[in-house]
Design a protein around this ligand. Structure first.
Ligand code: PAF
Length: 276
């Protein structure tokens, strides 16, 4: 596997590659990221994983400075997973001048995480568009754990006419059900034990909805109370339709329950898809 730090070198390396698949990451890789690489290998012959902690998508006061940077370990993991190129630019390489041109995300980004992380999806859309332009893949692979992000990226591709197929990969979980995340490393051991409560609540909503419950407001309110009583600070727990993340109407049956909540200083997100 080659580790490349500059746009020019990357473009030269990929020039004669007929089938490039991109796996964008912010590094500190875990089994969830490696599942993206494994999926990417089914779609093309040259897998490029980008590793870049994107300042633009962190809200003021967010964890940009303390976000773990583990490039050597990440490259070893990517190589073992069968990745061909790790693209790890520094900030000056990706943002050589102030990034004045940014992409306004679609309306569906105003709610859920977008409501609590102002500017986040603008930063995501902007860096992902840059990576698409730099790498020019025919396919790009993203995790379904960042469900709203995936919806934003699908809209980006549609509305900006990128000829790129977007593949979403199921969330990889710890044995107790906690969704794998680079931010799980922030949790103390007591918080780590408690962390599964978010997923447990989302699964409970799924089970009750599959059993016929349709008052999603009440189901979510119960989950918010359970989390709050256990010491969490809840940003949201919400049921949406899967097609556009709108409030479900009577005709919507393909649904997803999404949640974001703070456990101490760590913000965790998760979602569970269901049909009801
Ligand atoms: O999901 C992530 O890790 C990031 O949001 C992404 C897509 C790599 C953009 O920085």
């Amino acid at each position: 596997m080659q580790v490349i730090h500059t746009v020019a070198e990357l473009r030269a390396r990929l020039k004669s590659e007929p089938s490039v698949v991109l796996v964008p990451t912010m590094g500190n890789l875990h089994a969830g990221h490696l599942a993206l690489v494994e999926e990417a290998r089914k779609h093309g012959s040259c897998i490029v994983a980008s590793i870049f902690v994107n300042r633009l998508q962190f809200e003021p006061g967010g964890d940009f400075d303390r976000y773990p940077r583990t490039l050597a370990e990440d490259c070893a993991k990517l190589e073992r997973a069968g990745c061909h190129v790790a693209f790890a630019p520094d900030e000056g390489e990706l943002y050589p001048e102030p990034q004045e041109i940014v992409l306004a995300p679609p309306k569906l980004a105003d709610q859920l995480c977008g409501e609590f992380r102002p500017g986040h999806f603008q930063g995501v859309a902007t860096v992902v568009a840059k990576l698409f332009n730099i790498v020019a893949p025919h396919t790009a692979v993203f995790g379904r754990k960042d469900y709203q992000q995936l919806a934003v990226i699908r809209a980006l591709v549609r509305q900006m006419n990128y000829a790129i197929a977007i593949v979403g990969v199921d969330t990889v979980r710890e044995p107790d059900g906690l969704a794998m995340s680079s931010r799980n490393g922030y949790l103390s051991s007591e918080e780590r034990t408690e962390a599964v409560r978010l997923n447990r609540n989302l699964r409970r909503i799924k089970d009750l909805a599959e059993g016929g419950a349709r008052d999603f407001g009440a189901l979510c309110a119960f989950a918010i109370k359970d989390l709050t009583d256990a010491g969490w600070r809840v940003d949201y727990v919400a049921v949406r339709n899967r097609s556009g993340l709108a409030l479900p109407g009577p005709a919507d049956h393909d649904l997803v329950v999404l949640g974001a909540a703070w456990l101490g200083r760590t913000r965790l997100i998760d979602n569970v898809e269901f049909r009801a």
